[in-house]
Ligand binder design. Structure first.
Ligand SMILES: *Cc1c(COP(=O)(O)O)cnc(C)c1O
Length: 496
């Protein structure tokens, strides 16, 4: 593992650094010498200058989308924009109908407001994508009912990068007079998004996915769709009362500057990133047993999501110390289920559990990608060599009196196998194979070192609780160490 300073950032879909040019623009709006005034204070120049900054940022944001400035509402990010769109449109139209259509692969910032509306008496249809991750516009058409008031389908998925056919889905909604919202947090600034030619009524995005600040975002609301939206918060009447609160001048200016840069850089950046993404894919596909998630669908230039047979995602990510990437493995998360997005694409738990998301961005170089390729090849080979999910149970010492014991199984989150070389009633040597989270691998490796020299009566060194203490395994993960214990006990059963 290389020192932290050498870690290559390949997690641009989680967030991006703020572009230095954006930082300079933001800085000019904060200090006593800057435009720090409240944009709502029309009685003095401090307020008027801040208001001018906000309006010029609004024009920059609008310009990136080919929208009109008065169609942009500033928010704190895509989560708030999505909440405002979904809750605001559903509640404003509840007297016309209480049905919504969305998809199972949406971001939680759309799914959770939908769940909230279900508690309020709305019903929601969650469409399942095909195996490539695409929602069929005809499935949207089939889901529409006379009481449908909103369709919300994302522009680009944050895990796999798959692009939806927003044009066709929007056309279906237009034809039936149903409002259409799209979460474009991953799309804006990465691919062309032009609301003049897309039948979209409402669109959400955020600053920190396009080299702007965290805590700044916007909602595009088409003029003709204005009557469809009601606010979800109430206060000083800013943003035409749809999103009240003192405008965060520096954040908004940062968002504007980021949009301005994106407009200029997007075409060349998309070409460059798509080529780096393909280089990365070709560099790791040669390992075999590597699946491209979203294959066959149009995808974002900067995201590559793969599932790697035979290894657990969290263990792979932890061993790839020189890369900052993310995984769909649920190993260390509070939820027990691996990526719901990959499950919706039809991946089984094991492949969802073994997924890696690489997301490339403005500051990624070809050299970075080559380091990533070498590291992934090295660690996948190393972990597969240890993995019972990849290797058959070949005894490591042919022609010697060996025995083995295993616990767990294919498709489970833990699978352990020990091989013991026994002579004169004593373990002479021990090897392990393990598939599972980093804790499981560490305990299995440690166990294989403890076993030599032990006799049948005292084969197992202590209890899973002891091992958890030695390896600082949290109590809620103790179940995995019970599998290690089961594998040791299975060795005893095969001891002659
Ligand atoms: C990041 C993201 C969000 C949330 O945006 P925030 O600005 O962090 O609230 C919503 N949807 C998608 C698709 C995203 O990628």
């Amino acid at each position: 593992m290389t020192p932290e300073a050498d870690v290559i950032y390949l997690d641009y879909a989680a967030t991006t650094p703020v572009d230095p040019a954006v930082m300079r623009a933001m800085n000019a709006c904060m200090g006593p010498e800057g435009d720090f005034g409240n944009p709502g204070s029309a009685t003095h120049r401090f307020g008027r200058q801040a208001a001018a900054r906000v309006e010029s940022a609004r024009a920059q944001v609008a310009s990136l989308l080919s929208a009109e400035p008065d169609e942009i509402i500033f928010t704190s990010g895509a989560t708030e924009s999505n909440n405002l769109a979904v809750l605001g449109i559903a509640r404003a139209n509840a007297d016309r109908g209480r049905h919504l259509v969305t998809s199972r692969t949406e971001h939680k910032a759309v799914l959770d407001p939908c769940k909230r509306l279900e508690k309020e008496g709305f019903s929601v249809t969650y469409l399942t994508p095909d195996h490539s991750g695409r929602i069929d516009p005809n499935a949207v058409r089939a889901a529409l009912r006379p009481d449908t008031v909103l369709v919300s389908i994302m522009f680009a998925n944050n895990e796999v990068g798959v692009l939806q056919d927003v044009r066709a889905i929007g056309a279906v909604c237009r034809e039936r007079g149903v409002a259409f919202h799209t979460d474009a947090a991953q799309a804006v600034g990465k691919i062309p998004v032009d609301v003049r030619e897309l039948p979209v009524d409402v669109l959400s995005f955020t600053g920190h996915k396009l080299y702007g600040p965290k805590g700044a975002g916007a909602l595009y609301l088409r003029r003709s769709a204005r009557p469809l939206l009601q606010p979800v918060t109430f206060g000083g009447g800013q943003e035409r009362g749809l999103r009240p609160g003192t405008l965060a001048t520096h954040q908004i200016v940062g968002l504007g500057a980021a949009c301005d840069l994106a407009r200029e850089l997007q075409p060349a950046e998309a070409t460059r990133l798509a080529s780096l993404r393909d280089r990365l894919w070709h560099g790791i596909a040669g390992l075999g047993g590597v699946h491209l998630n979203g294959e066959g669908a149009p995808r974002l230039p900067g995201i590559l999501n793969v599932s790697v047979e035979g290894v657990e995602g969290e263990s792979l990510v932890v061993s790839l110390g020189e890369l900052a990437i993310s995984t769909g493995s649920a190993c260390n998360s509070a939820s027990a289920e691996p990526s719901y997005v990959l499950r919706a694409l039809g991946r089984d738990t094991q492949l969802a559990q073994s997924s890696l998301r690489f997301s490339l961005g403005r500051f990624t170089t070809e050299a970075d990608v080559d380091v990533a390729i070498a590291a992934v090849n090295r660690e996948v080979r190393r972990l597969r060599a240890l993995s019972p999910a990849w290797n058959a149970a070949a005894p490591p010492w042919p022609d010697r009196p060996a025995l083995s014991g295993e616990a767990g199984a294919p498709g489970q989150d833990t699978w352990i196998r020990f091989h013991l070389l026994v002579a004169d009633g004593v373990v002479k040597d021990a090897r392990f194979q393990a598939y599972g989270c980093p804790h499981t691998l560490a305990v299995a490796e440690w166990m294989a070192k403890q076993l030599p020299g032990r006799r049948r009566e005292a084969l197992q060194p202590g209890t899973p609780a002891d091992w958890a203490k030695i390896h600082s395994v949290p109590t809620e993960k103790l179940g995995r160490l019970l599998v290690v214990e089961d594998a040791v006990q299975a060795c005893l059963r095969h001891w002659p």
